[in-house]
Ligand binder design. Sequence first.
Ligand SMILES: NC(=O)c1ccc[n+]([C@@H]2O[C@H](COP(=O)([O-])OP(=O)(O)OC[C@H]3O[C@@H](n4cnc5c(N)ncnc54)[C@H](O)[C@@H]3O)[C@@H](O)[C@H]2O)c1
Length: 270
Amino acid sequence: MGASDLSGMVVVVTGGGSGLGAQFSRRLAADGAHVVVGDRDEASAGRVASEVGGEVAVFDVTDSGAFDAAVDRVAAHHGRLDVLINNAGVAPPRHPERDQKAFANAMARAEGRIDDLEPLDVTLGMTDSEWDVMIRIHLHGTFFGTRAALRHMMPRRSGSIINVSSIMGLRPAAGAPHYCAAKAGIVALTKSTAQEVAPFGIRVNAVAPGWVDTPLLAPMDPISIAGITAQIPIGRMGRPEELAEVVRFLAGPESSYCIGDVFAASGGWV
Ligand SMILES: NC(=O)c1ccc[n+]([C@@H]2O[C@H](COP(=O)([O-])OP(=O)(O)OC[C@H]3O[C@@H](n4cnc5c(N)ncnc54)[C@H](O)[C@@H]3O)[C@@H](O)[C@H]2O)c1
């Protein structure tokens, strides 16, 4: 069976101006979908939208009123919303000093010098606003988008919502408790809403990418990248194109039996 034609379908992608979201936009447009590239960065969203023959929606996913308005505009203009991809996200800010300590700790641990480990104080040092930003963008944003989309999908008894979690939501690691908690929350949100709306023809699923080579990782130093890559069984980071195939599957009727399911693509980082 070949891939279905997505012609006539209207898709909104948040964080569509860069990295994974840009590639999701390209992939779905390649199969005929009309893509609305949502982002808080107008310039990057504009570049992707013109590349894929779509349109731009500039809004911040943490602003529920702006999210509602953007989705309402799309639905009013096109008469439908078929797919929402809740993808917008940010990485925790880097702390070079902490990275150096973590590296020294890893060496000490490998040599069995447990008494030499130094506390990283990630949790102790986290401010309220650092915690808040991460939860707001990822978890609140995904909820706001889900609610906005369901207002239009429920009456039509049709639609697919794809939430972007992370392997860190499935297998949390030390160093980013706020990011891990937000991404794990997205998994629970996905499963709960999926069960609620499945009888009404709407599918809600999540993807949980492993490490993917996108601008999100640009602030990381080469030693950290090398250390991470060494732990990925396939020996390299993922490419946005590889995640876009999973999203393409979830967007179309090929995934008709997927309800509240979480699709990791991790290179073996499980
Ligand atoms: N790259 C990875 O290794 C990786 C792994 C697992 C999960 N993810 C998740 O994938 C998603 C996309 O990440 P990426 O790697 O493509 O990052 P990216 O930095 O390349 O792109 C993120 C986009 O989201 C936009 N954005 C950020 N905050 C926003 C907000 N509040 N409102 C609207 N737009 C906002 C940015 O402007 C940017 O265009 C994120 O949710 C991220 O957590 C990434």
